[in-house]
Design a protein around this ligand. Structure first.
Ligand code: ADE
Length: 250
């Protein structure tokens, strides 16, 4: 997969993607990451990428010309990738919410181009003409689109085959199945008087699976009841939920 970032601050992303799992994915040839400096596409002598909003108001707005030119350059450099296999995303708190489901969907594309803005926002013609989708990482406002782009790229990259090790696979993730995760333990069995639950050392795989499922449902009920409400529970899960609710109300 090819990831392109159009940004005024490529060094923010280079630092993050230059380490850990993403770096390994790049070295393994699974990912290719390119950065495009938006300011290089400003054509006046001051290299101005933003301007005051028509109609008045505070803050600055990203001008359309540099962004259009930058996107066209990235597209010209990606002629081998059919446009149906590409997604152009704009980072904005006004976008659709980013979720694990969305990460899975985006992981199917061959190329994602991230448009990262600063200032008050983008000229609306960028949004309507250049972009497939505006995406938000949450109901809060950040100083720029670089952090959201990194969050989305990271979540998408780890869905790609070969990026995570076999020991570290996605099926046990929170949200994989519309539920939060279950507690994990490792050695030592007893730490400062805190013991690992007996069931996990029982060797009984069916019992362990049932315990984990129940803990997932319990976590979801306690921290994200909205997820449980959206989920169609299988009979076995409903039984576990009934047990949990009884235990909680004891
Ligand atoms: N830019 C500023 N805040 C943002 C957010 N919450 N999500 C995506 N892009 C943003």
């Amino acid at each position: 997969m090819k990831l392109d970032f159009i940004t005024l601050f490529p060094e923010m992303l280079q630092g993050v993607f230059g380490s850990s799992i993403i770096r390994r994915a790049v070295e393994a040839g699974i990912l290719r990451i390119d950065y495009t400096q938006l300011r290089d596409f400003a054509f006046d002598k001051f290299k101005q990428v933003d301007d005051t909003p028509f109609g008045g108001g505070s803050g600055m707005v990203l001008k359309p010309e540099p962004m259009f030119r930058a996107v066209r350059k990235v597209l010209a450099n990606s002629r081998d990738i059919p446009s149906v296999n590409r997604r152009i995303l704009l980072m904005s708190p006004d976008g659709v919410p980013f979720t694990q489901e969305k990460a899975k969907e985006l992981a199917k594309y061959e190329q994602i181009i991230f448009l990262c803005g600063h200032y008050e926002g983008f000229d609306a013609r960028i949004v309507t003409e250049l972009v497939d989708e505006a995406v938000s990482i949450g109901d809060y406002v950040l100083t720029g689109g670089e952090l959201p782009a990194m969050v989305i790229a990271d979540a998408v990259a780890r869905m790609l085959p070969g990026v995570l090790g076999a020991m570290d696979s996605a099926p046990t993730d929170s949200f994989y199945d519309g539920l939060l995760g279950f507690p994990q333990y490792t050695r030592p069995r007893s730490f400062e008087g805190l013991d690992v639950p007996e069931v996990l050392i029982s060797g009984d795989h069916a019992k362990i699976a049932r315990w984990r499922r129940k803990e997932s449902i319990k976590n979801t009920l306690l921290h994200r009841p909205d997820l449980l409400e959206q989920k169609e529970l299988a009979e076995e899960d409903q039984k576990l939920l009934d047990e949990i609710e009884k235990e909680i109300h004891l």
